[in-house]
Design a protein around this ligand. Structure first.
Ligand code: ACO
Length: 320
């Protein structure tokens, strides 16, 4: 069920830069309480979410993805034509064909191969591992994007799901680390299709259906185990992790993971209060936010972890 990349040799792939793009429209808990039977207090206490962003009519996943990608490219001093590969983690592309990655290629002026990757909330970390392997075999730099416009795939009358999710995009440029110190130290990917029924978009309904408590428990146990295992493979103790940028599904999931893996809660970087669960976009949005606010500085060992529909899950540790 699991696969891994453990880069013990000096040549490593590294995340060179990140960018994020969020729709401007804010939907607060109080806004939601006007249309479904919920309260701001319940949502904040049970999830940690205060508000989320919702794409405007006509605002496409590929628009958000291209905007996040452009910011990451600019920060790396690169242009779209410099890219050797584009991988977009998403389950909410603009349309079924062509892929979101192809739309992004056109919008950022790239000419390289491009494909989508469907691993739900683990999409960015799955994409990071794909990028790592391409970079190490000479195809570089690689753009990895996580983007979702889940607002178009929700049942807005179902209070158990519609309060959780938000729209957004995050992007990272992955290239070769030349210094022998920075880079992806280890990554672990996992999947177990026995949990397929916990979170799905049934073909006949077209909206998210979820067994919340079961996925909550699975997220705590598997994310915690994956974090401990990936740290072991990277040869790092929990105390050496400077920042945790984990998938933002529920603040209580992250608090439970923190207790299990023995990393102080203060080291967890949170965006869930502002953006809710943006699925594959939540980790790169968190990275971009931590870089922009100065919380993520060169030399920091960053632990990332996610679990989502499938179930798929993943963890990675990178030194910036
Ligand atoms: N507002 C008010 N009440 C609500 C709401 C709401 N939005 N949603 C559920 N409730 C009610 C329930 O109906 C239930 O009422 P009852 O006791 O009268 O039956 C009560 O609140 C408690 O419901 P629980 O399901 O026990 O609430 P819980 O504390 O488990 O929280 C939640 C529910 C937030 C969905 C939680 O289980 C969760 O976050 N699960 C993970 C889901 C998730 O993140 N999915 C995303 C993809 S997977 C991932 O990203 C990890």
């Amino acid at each position: 069920m699991t696969g891994d990349t453990c880069q013990t040799q000096e040549r490593r792939a590294r995340i060179v830069s990140c960018g994020a793009s969020l729709p401007t429209r804010v939907l607060s808990n109080r806004d939601l309480a006007r249309t479904v039977d919920t309260t701001d207090e319940w949502i904040v206490e049970r999830t940690g979410i205060r508000e989320r962003r919702v794409a405007a009519p006509g605002e496409l996943a590929s628009d958000l993805a291209a905007s996040a990608a452009s910011k990451a490219l600019e920060s790396a001093g690169m242009a779209g034509r410099d890219l050797a590969l584009i991988v977009v983690g998403t389950i909410s592309a603009d349309q079924r064909l062509p892929s979101a990655a192809i739309q992004v290629q056109q919008k950022i002026g790239a000419t390289c191969p491009a494909f989508d990757l469907a691993a739900a909330c683990s999409g960015f970390l799955y994409g990071l591992d794909v990028a790592t392997r391409f970079v190490l075999t000479g195809t570089r730099p690689v753009l990895v994007v996580g983007v979702e416009v889940l607002s178009r795939l929700l049942d807005w009358t179902d209070r158990e799901t519609c309060v959780l999710f938000g729209d957004g995009a995050g992007a990272a440029i992955v290239d070769l680390a030349e210094d022998g110190r920075t880079g992806v130290l280890a990554t672990l990917l996992a999947a177990d299709g026995r949990h397929a029924g916990l979170l799905q978009i049934p073909a006949d309904e077209g909206v998210v259906r979820m067994r919340g408590q079961e996925i909550f428990r699975l997220a705590v146990s598997e994310m915690a185990a994956a974090c401990s295992e990936v740290l072991r493979r990277a040869g790092l103790a929990p105390g050496e992790v400077g920042l945790v940028v984990a998938h933002q599904a529920n603040r209580r999931i992250l608090e439970a993971v923190a207790r299990r893996i023995g990393i102080p809660w203060e080291r967890f970087h949170l965006t869930i209060d502002r953006y809710g669960n943006t699925s594959s976009a939540s980790i790169p949005i968190g990275l971009a936010d931590a870089l922009e606010t100065g919380r993520l500085v060169p030399g920091t060992a960053v632990l990332m972890a996610a679990l989502g529909a499938g179930a798929t899950w993943a963890a990675s540790v990178c030194r910036f």
